[in-house]
Structure formats: C-alpha cells, structure tokens
Design a protein around this ligand. Sequence first.
Ligand code: ATP
Length: 300
Amino acid sequence: MLRIESISKRYGKGPLVNDAVSIELRPGELTALIGHNGAGKTTLLSQICGVVRPTSGDIRFGEVSFVSQPDLARRACSLMAQLHAPIQGMTPRAMISSVARLRGASAADAQARTADVIERLSIGEWADKPGQKLSGGLRRMTSYAMAVVLPPPILLIDEPTNDVDPQRRPVIWRDLRGLAEDGHIVVVVSHNLLEVERAADRVVLMKEAKVVMDGTPQSIAAAAGASTLKVLWAGESQAEGLPPNLGVSAELPRQTSILLAPAQVPDAARWAAGLTESGVAESFVLEPMSLENVYGKAHE
Ligand SMILES: Nc1ncnc2c1ncn2[C@@H]1O[C@H](COP(=O)(O)OP(=O)(O)OP(=O)(O)O)[C@@H](O)[C@H]1O
C-alpha cells in the first residue's frame, strides 16, 4: 500500500500546487488521476517517485518514507513522463532494452523482456527503425514501453494515450490493466475521460491543488446524481425557450445539452417530447451522468 499523507507542495514562493493531498493507492488497482491543466497532477506523481520534494506531508510505501528516502522512491517507481523520451539516433528496441539493463536485467533477460513488451503493444514493425523517423504516437508507445519493460511495484504513467491513434489506445489500457492485475500500483494521468470511464477502477479528480472526488467511475457519476438531456433542433436552436428552471450546459449549432437533477427529469422529458411532436425538435435523448459531465460540473 502506498499512502500519500497530507502532501502539500509549493514551488518557491508560489501558491500551493498540491494542498493537503491524501490518498491511499493499492496494488492491483488501476487509478486514473484527472483534473484541469495545472491542477497539480504531474507534481503529485513527481513527489511520489522522489523527483520533487514535498513542502510538507509524507509518502509512505509500507514502512518506508519516500520523502526521507527519495532514492528508494526512485527504485520502487517507474515514471512515464508527459514529454517524449528523446530517441534520436536509437531504435525503440535499443531504448527499451537499455532501460531494462539500467534496471538490472541481464543482457538476455533485457532482450526477452523487450521483445515481450514490443509484442504486447504490437509495435514490432517499427521497433528497429531510427527514433527520429517515428510518429508522435509511436514515440509515446516507446516511452510507455520503456516505463513498463521491467516494472517496479509502482507505475506512474502521465498521459500515455496522447497522440496515439484510436486503434492503439485500447492496447495501452489493456496493458495497464494487465500490470494492475499482476499486483502493481498503477496511476495514470489522463484527459481522455471516455477512456478513463471504460478502463479505470478508480478515479481521483483534482481541482486547484486539491483532491475533490475519489471513487469508481460509476460511483462518482451516481453521486453526482444527474443526467443530460440532449435536444437536436429541427432548425435553428430554440434554447431560449427553455423552461425557467433548466439551464443549458453546452450548446452546439443544432444541439442543446441540459444537465438535469433527478427531480427535473420527468418535466424535462415531457417538454422535449412536446418539442419533438410539434416538429420544433428533430429528436431528443436522455443520457445518464457520464464522467465527462461530472468533470464539467466540478470545474464550473
Ligand atoms: N518546476 C516547477 N516550478 C514552478 N512551478 C511549477 C513547476 N512545475 C509545475 N509548476 C506549476 O505547478 C502547477 C501545477 O502543475 P502540474 O504540472 O503539476 O499540473 P498538471 O495537473 O499536471 O497539469 P497538466 O494537465 O497541464 O499537465 C502549475 O501552475 C505549474 O505551472
């Protein structure tokens, strides 16, 4: 178990970018860390792996304090940073296997583990091409492979599916799931809420340096207790004719989204059905609360 105990961090004389953050991270759990730009997610990961020192608070892994022994933190964690690893002049295979060697694998073991991760991620076609010729997505996959080729107990993965095409993104999430099932603590920062909703066991939402929600994607959505009514207008938007107690949460040229509390659903559905019958609206749909809506609401 990894215990983050009331961690606060300020850079220099700046504001707190982590403000009394406390969470427990368990082996076997795939945790997604979400929140707006600058909420403090990367700073939290950097403190866990001993790269940034907290201003106050502690991070304990079993009996060990990562704050007083950052060298142990660096050994127990693997961090996939947001920026691409520089792979100029080297092939993905060479990069991945050199990380395995640095982590203590024999040459033969490093080679075997590298081949295994290349196969898991289906990147064999590019594994022996020079790094500078790789697309952004393949660079990201290579960085990911480097982070997990010889995985320590704690995996901290910052935005692994950015730039990666839609076919390959599920491959990364499946791999992360496998690592969690093997007993690793897996923390993933992501702005892709649809992927998080599908793949994560747990979601920790940060806002302005604090943890504001923590639960399963389903429990977070259920606790928010709202649903969305989407009206597709037949012509120009008529959203200004909305019943007075309903507020627009998002508007596209021909579609209006309205966030509803449970008690508002029957009236709103009747209103939308009336619009559809009279031909003002083409159709409407009532959707349960999604993580995306919760996120939007939390950041209003
Ligand atoms: N080394 C640093 N020195 C000074 N300020 C920093 C440093 N690193 C981050 N910050 C500031 O701390 C705040 C939190 O940044 P952080 O990168 O942790 O946020 P984040 O949630 O990961 O954001 P994003 O989603 O954009 O990656 C930001 O205001 C950022 O400018």
